[in-house]
Design a protein around this ligand. Structure first.
Ligand code: XIL
Length: 319
């Protein structure tokens, strides 16, 4: 897939999010993955809860192993992610923020985390989600009330961006969000957040639009809407990554294939759209938390148990 994309868009990256486990244990899967994709996003291995389960202690082994693998295959790496409400270790969530002195001390701890992590990976990441899912999970436009927000206030993305830039001035910085891939208040809020952060001295290059399509009736992404979206960010001088695309097969594999093709084809037509990344490769290794909090297997990726689905051919044909 990467080689096909490079024919028309030499710098465009076709990526996949992956975990180390199946890559290390399933050679066929590893072969299929690295044969097709030009970029890798660690699915969980670079989240704060994975990198620093205890305050002051770091566990880089899994992320490093994924980076080693990517580099040995000539794949670019997209880092995911620094400030992310949902994936912080408990110690980080519970840093004291009651008084000004506490906020100052906790701010130093948070910035030390950023500096340590970004310095560790310096030179190995093509791009990085400096903030992931800044807005409330209810699909509104309010910032999530996380420890970053409590310590640094609503302009915390500026602080994160500057700390990342100081540790690695070459990594391309993104703010990643769900539900912002179609025009509307949430997309407006994302654009505003990034422009405001950069006006205050941030170094954000663009946005990641997750593009999870769980229900084709309610979240399908049309070519028109995505074109308008890409034009909006391009006009603001920002790059766009389609960062976590996956599409339910509940309406059938043909409908799934068509949605994948629409998103990728629309992305490729815009010079502002620099990457298309799918959130996983094979349903066999794709697990989701269901409404009752239990685990269920996902049915939304290009492969099912090693076999390409119609969506795979559709994606290939677009390229
Ligand atoms: C998900 C992973 O895929 C799961 O393995 C994990 O249990 C929870 O997180 N948006 C994001 C990703 O930005 O970090 C999430 O990844 C999926 C939704």
């Amino acid at each position: 897939l990467q080689a096909l994309a490079a024919r028309s868009r030499p710098d465009f990256l076709v990526g996949a999010a992956v975990a180390l486990g199946p890559l290390a244990s399933d050679a066929d899967y590893a072969e299929a993955l690295v044969g097709d994709f030009g970029a890798l996003t660690p699915e969980n291995a670079m989240k704060p809860q994975a990198l620093s389960p205890r305050q002051g202690e770091y566990a880089f082994e899994e992320a490093d192993a994924l980076l080693d693998l990517a580099e040995s295959k000539g794949m670019a790496v997209h880092g995911h992610t620094i400030a992310f409400t949902e994936a912080m270790p408990r110690w980080m969530q519970e840093l004291p923020t009651g008084s000004e002195a506490e906020r100052r001390a906790s701010g130093e701890v948070l910035l030390d985390y950023v500096t340590t992590v970004v310095t560790h990976f310096r030179g190995r990441l093509d791009s990085l989600d400096v903030v992931n899912e800044p807005f409330d999970v209810d699909q509104g436009t309010r910032l999530q009330e996380n420890v970053w927000h409590r310590v640094f206030g609503p302009t915390y993305p500026v602080v994160v961006s500057q700390a990342v830039h100081a540790a690695d001035p070459d990594v391309r910085q993104f703010v990643n969000e769900n539900g912002a891939d179609v025009p509307g208040p949430r997309q407006d809020a994302l654009l505003e957040l990034v422009l405001d952060a950069n006006a205050r001295g941030g170094h954000i290059d663009g946005v990641g639009l997750q593009s999870h399509v769980y229900d084709l009736d309610t979240d399908a992404i049309s070519a028109d809407d995505l074109t308008t979206t890409l034009d909006t960010f391009a006009a603001a001088g920002l790059d766009v990554r389609i960062s976590e695309n996956d599409v339910t097969d509940a309406e059938g594999e043909e409908a799934q294939a068509e949605q994948y093709a629409t998103v990728l084809a629309t992305c490729l037509r815009s010079q502002a759209c620099v990457s298309w990344t799918t959130w996983g490769v094979d349903d066999r290794y794709d697990w989701w938390i269901d409404d009752d909090g239990g685990l269920q297997q996902g049915h939304d990726l290009l492969f099912d148990d090693g076999a390409p689905r119609p969506a795979y051919a559709a994606v290939r044909d677009v390229l």
